[in-house]
Design a protein around this ligand. Structure first.
Ligand SMILES: [Zn+2]
Ligand SMILES: [Zn+2]
Length: 172
């Protein structure tokens, strides 16, 4: 239950970040989805609405309901503080979070995956989860349990790769 609320909160947060325009669209979204006003005596099924909302926004994929049952934890404080500040060149780039165009010479933060964001946009996001919202590149976290899970996942993938390599070398 708690991870569900956390995820929902994050979704709202992202929408908040996406400026007022989004708030207007959200009203339209609920209308479009056929969410109706409650009749007298009816109870709101918030969880169900939340689930539908998450599915529609792509938050409800295997990554989240699979092995790690929630969004990954916040990025490591230290790593976030050391993200380089870069100067935007040209007028053709925009911040993937708020979608506002960068102006030439504007300062931005760059993730190791080379995606560039307004400092405020990406820092708020990384305070909630460690993953690049654009490409899902994961920054290290300060969460020991999550890091152990990640290490284990990597080890399993490596083992699978080794088995395949061995298999290929034996049968080709
Ligand atoms: Zn931005
Ligand atoms: Zn990225």
């Amino acid at each position: 239950m708690i991870p569900c609320f956390v995820t929902f909160f994050l979704t709202l947060l992202v929408c908040g970040l996406l400026s007022k325009q989004c708030t207007i669209d959200m009203a339209g979204y609920f209308e479009e989805m056929g969410f109706e006003e409650l009749q007298e005596g009816q109870q709101a099924n918030h969880l169900l609405d939340m689930a539908r909302f998450l599915i529609d926004f792509g938050f409800y994929n295997e990554d989240i309901i699979g092995e790690w049952p929630k969004l990954p934890p916040p990025a490591s404080r230290e790593v976030v503080l050391s993200l380089p500040e870069i100067t935007i060149e040209g007028n053709d780039k925009s911040c993937p979070i708020c979608l506002k165009a960068f102006s030439n010479g504007e300062k931005a933060k760059e993730m190791p995956c080379h995606h560039q964001f307004h400092a405020k946009c990406i820092l708020t996001w990384l305070d909630k989860t460690n993953t690049c919202p654009f490409c899902r590149y994961e920054l290290p976290t300060d969460d020991e349990a999550y890091e152990a899970y990640r290490k284990d996942k990597k080890r399993k993938e490596q083992r699978q790769e080794d088995i395949e390599t061995l298999h290929n070398s034996m049968f080709s």
